[in-house]
Every structure is written in structure tokens, then in C-alpha cells.
Design a protein around this ligand. Structure first.
Ligand code: PLP
Length: 454
């Protein structure tokens, strides 16, 4: 693997940078009580370095489910430089496009599940989800069903943080103190087999979830519902893998009521959970798919919304005027980087490698299976969720924050805590020894919890 940036262009000391950080920077998802700061300055493969020269093993894809091809890839730096030297940007509004966005759109359509044939570019996931919701409503509006405004999402879904996407997000804390969110958003239960309710004999989790969804549809009235949105595998909720029949049955129920299905593939896409588009292998047959993150491996901010031809035609064809778009929709440099990134994912067969990474983690984490504070280990492609419990009998959640902190500060391994689940989503280029190192560190920290550590 070729990487760049052996000598970071850092001109200030670590202490100066940390002081600067406290003084001027507001971090996304910042915890005001947390005063520790760490300035990252360099990366190569799965390793990253902070301004103090400390090396960390990144098993969280740039800390945020990104970095499919690893850090510091010259191929992507060169693609960006080439494009910036040719045409860095030109608007995509009105009649204009740039060649890179057209070629990327063509590439995405070829990779996407059948039927998703039109592409709209955004700067990231939240904008993608906003766009998907708007398109779903617009589609019904243009077809003479303007009452179809409701969106069904799920508790503990993560769909972004802007007003529309944030309302679809199912973490209650996100909605506090900001006034009203998007009207007409309803939430149903996520497919979480480990926390399934007690069911009557002969009924399984999917039966229960489908009944709940059907009840919600009845209550709102099918003619008032535009779409349902869901992550094929829920990431921020802690790697929740649905039963195999969940999405096909949801799809069928929605189709019966003329409700569109939006697959939020921001995390799952581009090999993260083992397929180019995870929705394709889970039987979602989505009408709209939102991607971001792995599209560029994080080397440039970019997202995309793919829609069925008929939806594209309805919202932007004929005499419709699509009053929606961003200055940087289809940014030429971001699209050139995405094309080069997809080349690497393809050439290095990283989509297939994702499952192998998951198998390495599965084997290396097997000893955790009988630890008293491990409720469940869930693996989907190269994502791992370890749900911690105070007691295996009651399944009372045990928050994972202390584990993630100790991993980072003592073992120098970057994972993340999502409530009571420890999550890993490494670059897909991670080596087996690196997986072993991460898994051993995780096992050590969690085993000490078992010995009364927390
Ligand atoms: N959708 C999912 C499934 C996500 O995990 C995220 C971010 O983590 C988003 C949407 C929002 O994407 P962004 O942070 O790029 O706005």
C-alpha cells in the first residue's frame, strides 16, 4: 500500500494545538464535561498519530465508520490534485454538470441494486437523508397524493443531525432544546433480536415488528404516509442485524400501501457490512438509497441519493422544477476522489475482504463469549458490536464509555462506545495481526470488568 505524508506539516506544539482547540473549536457531538483533547495529524493504513507522536490503531475507520481503503493513500491524493489542477469545481445547477460527477453517477448506478438508476449528490449523510425525505414527499405530491407526508423511522436509528434527518434519528436527546423538528415523523421498534419482547408461542420477532408497523400504518392512515426509512443493519444503535425475513416482509407490507422504502446505507455501503449495497442482500428492494462515508473513504465530503427512475422522472422530469440542491452537489474534486476510491475498493477486493475481517474478529473475540458482562457479540462484515450488560440474566445495560476510553488511553486502540455497545468498524485493509491486537486489547479490558472492574 502506498501512503503519503510521512512528515506532518504541523507547525505548532501539541500543547498549543490542544489549547487552541479548547479556545476556538466546537466539536460535533461534543461532551462539555470532557476537557481532554487529542489533535490528530497523520495516518497510514490503520495507524494514526496524534500531535504528541502517539501512535493509535484505528479500528473505527477514522473514528467514524469511514476510511474503507485506510489512511494516507497516495492514489486518492493524486486524484484530488489532478482534478483540482483541471477543474476543481463548477456548479451542477441548471444545465451544468462536470464529467467526474457524471462518471461517478454512472458507476453508482452500476453498483446499486437493480432499479436505482438516478443519482443526486450531497455533501454527506444528513443532507442525503433530507433529500430522500423531500424526494419521497415530492414524488407523492406530484402524483396527486399531497397528503402523503408522514415518514416512519425507528427508535435508535441514526439518520443524521439536521432538522429533517435529526427528526428521523431515533435518539431522544437529539431533539431536546431545538424547538420543533420535522412534523409527521413516527417511530417504530428496531429489529433487535437480543432485546426482543416476550412473545406468545408460535410468534417470532418479525411477526411482532410487522404487527407494530401495520398498526402504525393503520393509525396514521396509509394515504398519509410518504416513506419508511431504515438502515439495513443499524450502526449507531450498536450493530443490530435484523432477522432474514424482516426487510422482505417490511418491503412487502409497505408496497401494499404505496409507501416508499428508503435504505440509509451511509454506514453499510461500499463493503462496510460485506456488500456494495447491504440493502441488496437483505431483501429491502429500496425505492431510494442514501450513501456517503465509504463513497470516498472520507478523503472528501460526499454523499449521494439513488432513486428509482420513475421517482427521478417525477421529481425532476417533465415540467417539474426541482427546487433543491447544494452549492457543492456533485463537487468535481470530491467525485474524482470517489471514483479513485471505488477503483481501490474494487482492485483490492475490499468488499469481499470485509467478511474475512469479520471472521478474524469473530475468531479473535470468541473467548469473550462467556464473560459475565458480555451480553452479545454481533458481527456484520467488518463491523463488530459488543453489547455489555451488568448482568447476563437481567440484561441490564452496562455503559461502554469506560471501555472505549481505556482502549484508547491505555491500549492505544480507537473504537467507539454507543450506549452499552462497544463498536469497531476498521478500515477494510486491516491486517489479521492488527485485528488480533485490537481483539486482545478489547478482551483484556472487558475481562477486567468481569473481575469486578466496573
Ligand atoms: N445515516 C447514518 C446511518 C449514519 O450513520 C450517519 C452518520 O453517522 C448519517 C446518516 C449522517 O451522516 P453525516 O454525518 O455525513 O451527515
Amino acid at each position: 500500500m502506498t501512503t503519503v505524508n510521512e512528515t506532518p506539516a504541523v507547525t505548532r506544539s501539541a500543547a498549543e494545538l490542544e489549547e487552541l482547540d479548547r479556545r476556538v473549536l466546537l466539536h460535533p457531538h461534543q461532551n462539555g464535561a470532557q476537557h481532554e483533547r487529542r489533535t490528530m495529524v497523520r495516518g497510514s493504513g490503520c495507524l494514526v498519530w496524534d500531535a504528541r507522536g502517539v501512535e493509535l490503531l484505528d479500528v473505527m475507520g477514522g473514528g467514524n465508520w469511514v476510511a474503507q481503503v485506510g489512511h494516507g493513500r497516495t492514489e486518492l491524493a493524486e486524484a484530488a490534485a489532478r482534478q483540482m489542477g483541471t477543474l476543481e469545481y463548477f456548479t451542477g445547477f441548471d444545465i451544468f454538470a462536470n464529467d467526474q460527477s457524471l462518471m461517478l453517477a454512472e458507476r453508482l448506478v452500476a453498483l446499486a441494486p437493480d432499479g436505482l438508476d438516478r443519482v443526486f449528490f450531497t455533501n454527506g449523510g444528513s443532507e442525503g437523508v433530507e433529500t430522500a425525505i423531500k424526494f419521497a414527499r415530492l414524488y407523492h405530491h406530484h402524483r396527486g397524493e399531497p397528503d402523503r407526508t408522514w415518514v416512519i423511522s425507528r427508535h435508535f436509528a441514526y439518520h443524521g443531525t439536521t432538522y429533517g434527518s435529526g427528526t428521523a434519528t431515533g435518539f431522544p436527546g437529539m431533539h431536546q432544546g431545538i424547538g420543533l423538528g420535522l412534523p409527521h415523523v413516527a417511530k417504530v421498534s428496531p429489529a433487535h433480536p437480543y432485546r426482543a419482547p416476550d412473545l406468545a408461542p408460535g410468534r417470532d420477532l418479525t411477526d411482532f415488528l410487522l404487527d407494530e408497523l401495520a398498526g402504525t400504518i393503520d393509525q396514521i392512515g396509509a394515504g398519509n404516509i410518504a416513506a419508511m426509512i431504515g438502515e439495513p443493519v443499524m450502526g449507531g444503535a450498536g450493530i443490530l442485524i435484523p432477522p432474514a425475513d424482516y426487510w422482505p416482509r417490511v418491503r412487502e407490507l409497505l408496497a401494499r400501501h404505496g409507501i416508499l422504502l428508503i435504505a440509509d446505507e451511509v454506514v453499510t455501503g461500499f463493503g462496510r457490512t460485506g456488500a456494495w449495497f447491504d440493502s441488496a442482500v437483505r431483501g429491502m428492494r429500496a425505492d431510494i438509497a442514501v450513501v456517503a462515508k465509504g463513497l470516498t473513504s472520507g478523503y472528501a465530503p460526499l454523499g449521494a441519493v439513488l432513486v428509482r427512475d420513475e421517482i427521478g422522472e417525477t421529481v425532476a422530469g417533465g415540467d417539474a422544477y426541482l427546487f433543491h440542491g447544494h452549492t457543492y452537489s456533485g463537487h468535481a474534486t470530491a467525485c474524482a476522489v470517489a471514483l479513485a476510491n471505488l477503483d481501490l475498493v474494487d482492485r483490492e477486493q475490499l468488499v469481499g475482504r470485509s467478511a474475512t475481517v469479520g471472521e478474524w474478529f469473530g475468531a479473535a473475540l470468541a473467548p469473550l463469549g462467556d464473560r459475565p458482562h458480555v451480553g452479545e457479540v454481533r458481527i456484520a462484515g467488518a463491523t463488530v458490536g459488543i453489547e455489555l450488560v451488568a448482568d447476563r440474566g437481567t440484561r441490564e445495560p452496562l455503559m461502554a464509555g469506560a471501555v472505549a476510553r481505556e482502549l484508547r488511553d491505555v491500549h492505544r486502540v480507537v473504537a467507539r462506545d454507543y450506549g452499552n455497545t462497544l463498536v469497531m468498524a476498521p478500515p477494510l485493509v486491516i491486517s489479521q495481526p492488527q485485528v488480533t491486537r485490537a481483539a486482545e486489547a478489547v478482551a483484556e479490558v472487558i475481562s477486567r470488568l468481569g473481575a469486578g472492574g466496573e
